[in-house]
Design a protein. Structure first.
Length: 486
């Protein structure tokens, strides 16, 4: 005999609500396009003109990629604000997907720096809106206290990584065989498929996703759009006057993200619409935000330092055929796909006995520390010799173990700790930790050379392990502030 809860939450997608299948597929296609493009972006920037690239200095190119990655997650603030105050999560997701598609088309058809500028701006803004709202909609599928929530986010995360697995393989193959712009074009096709699938399945999404949680009145809309216009004009002036340039872009984005995080935390902590218990939960999120930032500062180097490492230091010869270095971007999502169901089943099986979220965060950043110490050991023992590809694969598998302890759990946590009036913006705070880590990963690339590999990876790995130990020590205090949220 079915209970009322079972009627409201039908178990139709691996034991989860049907709407999860639509969000799973939409995010899969979006990540196919996003990671497919990002896997070849750095090489497009620094490869020679003869090889189809733009011949930008490697450190500057890595900084651009880091700044772009940070801007994507910085844009979650704008996307979450639009969702909370203007359109609601469901419509915001759709419009964001259209903007992403436009950006990939620009990269595919516009030559040179113009295509990079237009394409990356559109993809960054669109991805920010899509990421915050998709996560919010997944959280809305589950009632408070539903033990399936973390498992649902782990399945959702598997969809993300299915797209991230296949995207770099296909775009990398096209890039090496026929050129960069064909790879960017395939990314556009993937995003178009995601939009089509989302449109067909919109009816299965929760009704709350169509509501605007905290709508603006007429005068507030006018003030908001005036502030946005002034901000855009200021950025244009700073770019035209040379204050913001390619060489310092990652540093500028880092400071902007840090300021945005401080402001958003202040808004949530000082708002009259946030109750006392909700405020304590926001405070509990602060140390986990910092740990998450440390984690992503290392993890996102797979698109900057490790991408250069794969192209320069790893033996890419496979029986006379050169493996595209971008294919290493598929290693991490491959093992996420393989291991995410294992982690999801583990959390469900353990139930109330599973480690609390702060401990999961400590384990995640500690694993990244171990991965970087392995990289330091490789640099110390191998010297100038080429690195066997399986050793880099091993390091990326350790990345995955840390990621599955922190990333899907962090997405779930942001929905559980969110104040009622700021659901999407709390999710944006988690993504801001990722944004900050991504931009710092670009800035750190200028300190990496083949000669200082052991020191570079060793210092960062040791710092990550210390950060994990501090988080573990703070767990009792953080859990009290979480007020019953696990």
């Amino acid at each position: 005999m079915s209970t009322a809860t079972e009627v409201e939450q039908p178990r139709e997608f691996f034991g989860h609500p049907r709407g999860l299948a639509n969000l799973f597929g939409t995010e899969m296609w979006e990540r196919f396009s996003y990671y497919g493009m990002q896997a070849i972006l750095l090489y497009y920037l620094y490869f020679s003109v003869a090889d189809g690239g733009l011949a930008i200095d490697k450190a500057t190119a890595a900084g651009i990629v880091g700044a772009y990655g940070g801007s994507v997650y910085l844009a979650t603030i704008a996307g979450s604000w639009v969702a909370d105050r203007l359109f609601g999560p469901e419509r915001t997701l759709f419009y964001s997907g259209c903007l992403i598609l436009l950006g990939h088309v620009a990269l595919a058809v516009l030559p040179g720096v113009a295509g990079v500028a237009v394409g990356l701006i559109c993809v960054a803004i669109g991805s920010g809106g899509l990421k915050a709202t998709a996560t919010t909609l997944v959280g809305a599928l589950y009632p408070d206290g539903d033990e399936r929530r973390d498992a649902g986010f782990s399945l959702f995360y598997m969809g993300i990584n299915l797209g991230a697995l296949v995207g770099p393989l296909l775009t990398g193959l096209l890039q090496t065989r026929v050129g960069f712009h064909y790879g960017f074009g395939l990314a556009a096709v993937g995003m178009a498929a995601g939009l089509a699938q989302y449109t067909v399945g919109r009816k299965n999404l929760p009704e709350s996703g169509r509501e605007v949680p905290n709508p603006l009145d007429g005068p507030a809309k006018v003030r908001s759009f005036a502030v946005i216009a002034v901000g855009v004009a200021a950025v244009v002036v700073l770019v035209l006057t040379g204050v913001i340039a390619a060489g310092n872009l990652a540093d500028v984005v880092t400071w902007v993200i840090a300021a945005a995080a401080v402001v958003l935390f202040a808004v949530l902590l000082l708002s009259g619409r946030v109750e006392r218990v909700e405020r304590q939960r926001v405070v509990a999120f602060i140390p986990m935000f910092l740990v998450s930032f440390g984690f992503w500062s290392l993890f996102q180097q797979q698109f900057t330092v490790l991408a250069i490492y794969a192209e320069e230091r790893v033996d890419l010869d496979l029986f006379g055929w050169q493996v595209p270095p971008s294919w290493f971007n598929s290693v991490e999502p491959l093992f996420v796909v393989l291991l995410a169901p294992v982690f999801a089943a583990l959390w469900v099986r353990l139930g109330r006995r599973q480690p609390p979220t702060p401990v999961k965060f400590a384990l995640g950043v500690g694993a990244m520390g171990i991965a970087f110490l392995v990289m330091a050991l490789l640099g110390f023992t191998k010297g100038d010799k080429v690195i066997p590809p399986l050793l880099l694969v091993l390091v990326l598998v350790i990345f995955v173990l840390g990621e599955l302890c922190l990333s899907p759990v962090g997405l779930s946590l942001s929905t559980k700790l969110a104040p009622q009036a700021y659901t999407a913006q709390m999710v944006a705070l988690f993504y801001l930790s990722l944004a900050l880590g991504s931009s710092v990963a670009g800035s750190l690339a200028e300190y990496y050379t083949k000669d200082n590999e052991p020191a570079y990876f060793g210092v960062l790995g040791g710092a990550a392990i210390v950060l994990g130990l501090v988080m573990a020590a703070l767990t009792p205090l953080v859990r009290r502030l979480m007020n019953g949220v696990r």
